[in-house]
Design a protein around this ligand. Structure first.
Ligand SMILES: [Zn+2]
Length: 457
């Protein structure tokens, strides 16, 4: 089967030719660990999990090395430690534990290796030293080590940007210490309160970009097959990774193919804590959205397209999954997934096409292939005899909502719209959607229904 993936650098689908059939190497930039994973963080985890499963199926279970790092050196982590008085180790340990639990709920397989940046500071220092020796980097008079971007002629090839255009854009933010505004930080000095490591440039800590380059070199070598991540990482993060790695290890080719997943938005809007449309994987699970449903919604859109997370999609996916579960209950999965599903994935991981094929299998009554194909995609692994649990309100909670709606109805009757509106807002804050019909008000739970807030009603 010919496998094609869209390469961001080439801007087209290219045939996937592994460097070494005995070890296919995949690297994906992992989370910075200071907070719960939000649904946007879950998207690359699921997308590249599908890729990992697909590569393992095609080339052999033990022939794929998938590295996904944890960024546990970051100024956001340092700030949280300062603000809360908790140690960095306890923050990052806890967040990594949460992340692993959340990914497990989404049926995301453990990568082959999950390195933490703190374990590779030695390798980062080594790589920065090489870059200084090669005249690709320099230390300024404030103790920072900077990469000299213009020393790498291919800079900008991944993101299809021209150096001089970037220069124009960043001229406003020229730092006094940089020789060129395009230069980026490899190493920065740490004060006593900030974590630091001894280095030839004094006590300090690495910049974010060099973390990935060093971990990749240590775990995958100078050339590897696929580098993945979110589209927001193309520039500057991945562009900088290429520059650092190709200048320190010029014999290697770094990544052969670059794959990037698109953005995620909520109900057509940018996800933002300030506008209230922000949820973590844990929020969704608490609201009663099953991990498999979350996974399915994330797979229903092709990975390169922007994904719009909507209540409607959550409800549709959950209905489809429950239908398939009932159809497959008591059936035995076929030995391998349907060839039509594999063919869809071989065409740049076309998961929407794969789901169309699953619907075909369901209507054709081919339940054993439906089951094995769904399981191949990380679905329907739980007991098929039980419907997926959905949230159930207690009688007490239901009565509470009904009584508030009655009060609102009375208020409207006497044209007290202020009170009616206050009640509506109060109910909506809990995550309940109200729909006024001519004679009654219908209500339903939205995906941001928050049971804890029920006590405020
Ligand atoms: Zn990275």
């Amino acid at each position: 089967m010919e496998i094609k993936f869209f390469d961001t650098k080439e801007k087209k689908k290219t045939v996937f030719k592994p460097i070494d059939l005995k070890e296919i190497k995949l690297y994906v930039c992992g989370p910075t660990v200071y907070d719960r994973a939000h649904i946007g963080n879950a998207r690359p985890a699921v997308v590249f999990d599908v890729l990992f499963r697909f590569l393992r199926y095609n080339f052999g279970k033990n022939c794929v090395t998938y590295v996904r790092n944890f960024t546990d050196i970051d100024d956001k982590i340092n700030k949280q430690s300062m603000d809360t008085g908790r140690s960095i180790k306890s923050i990052t340990d806890e967040t990594i534990k949460w992340y692993k639990q959340d990914m497990l709920q989404l049926n995301v397989l453990e990568p082959s290796k999950s390195p933490r940046a703190t374990e590779f500071v030695g390798a980062m220092i080594k790589q920065i030293s090489i870059l200084i020796n090669n005249k690709n980097a320099y230390q300024d008079d404030t103790g920072h080590v900077l990469f000299s971007t213009r020393s790498f002629p291919d800079y900008g090839l991944l993101s299809h940007r021209k150096l001089d255009e970037m220069n124009f854009g960043s001229r406003v933010a020229v730092s006094d210490n940089k020789r060129d505004p395009l230069d980026f930080i490899l190493w920065k000095p740490s004060d006593e309160k900030t974590p630091g490591w001894d280095s030839p440039w004094g006590r300090g800590r690495p910049g974010w970009h060099i973390e990935c380059s060093a971990m990749i070199h240590e775990l995958l070598g100078e050339s590897f097959d696929i580098h993945g991540g979110g589209i927001d990482l193309v520039f500057p993060h991945h562009e900088n990774e290429i520059a650092q790695s190709c200048c320190s290890y010029p014999k290697g080719g770094f990544a052969n193919i670059w794959m990037h997943n698109g953005f995620l938005q909520i109900e057509g809007e940018k996800m933002a804590k300030s506008s209230g449309n922000f949820f973590t994987v844990q929020d969704l699970i608490q609201m009663g959205v099953n991990g498999e449903v979350i996974r399915m919604v994330l797979m229903l859109t092709h990975y390169r397209q922007p994904l719009d997370w909507t209540r409607q999609r959550v409800s549709d996916a959950s209905k489809v999954l429950n239908k398939w579960r009932l159809l497959c209950a008591g059936k035995r999965a076929s030995k391998s997934p349907a060839s039509s599903v594999l063919a869809a994935l071989a065409d740049d991981l076309n998961t929407p096409k794969a789901f169309a094929e699953l619907h075909e299998l369901a209507s054709a009554g081919n339940y054993s292939e439906l089951l094995s194909s769904a399981q191949f995609l990380g679905l329907m692994e739980q007991d098929l005899n039980e419907a997926l649990p959905t949230i159930q309100l207690s009688d007490f909670e239901t009565k509470k909502i009904k009584s508030l709606l009655r009060k609102r109805f009375e208020a409207k009757k006497v044209k007290d719209f202020v009170t009616a509106d206050q009640i509506r807002k109060k109910i909506e804050r809990v995550g309940i959607i109200l729909q006024d019909k001519s004679d009654k008000t219908e209500w339903s739970l939205s995906p941001n229904f928050n049971r804890k807030k029920m006590k405020d009603l």
